[in-house]
Write a protein that binds this ligand. Structure first.
Ligand SMILES: [Zn+2]
Length: 89
């Protein structure tokens, strides 16, 4: 049986028991210790919420060029030319 230690949850401050090896491993890797998976999830949700928001609109349309409005029609014209040449030859 693994040696257990009592530690505090980093989210709700509840005291709980955990294998000492797991606690030391988390300490070494700079991770936090949580009493339950639910507490871990809540802490992660808070962490994600506090992250700076990535604004994809800054990069939207950065691949467009002078032909962009006509790309749809150019593509379909090629298809129609193929169909017409097949039908009338
Ligand atoms: Zn907790």
């Amino acid at each position: 049986m693994r040696k257990l230690i009592t530690c505090k949850c980093d989210h709700c401050q509840t005291e709980f028991q955990k294998p000492e090896s797991e606690y030391k491993r988390n300490l070494k890797l700079g991770r936090e210790n949580f009493c339950t998976r639910s507490c871990s999830g809540k802490a992660h949700a808070k962490f994600v919420k506090d992250l700076p928001k990535y604004n994809i609109a800054v990069h939207a349309g950065n691949q467009s060029d002078e032909y962009t409005p006509f790309r749809y029609y150019l593509k379909n014209v090629n298809n129609k030319v193929y169909v017409l040449t097949q039908a009338y030859n």
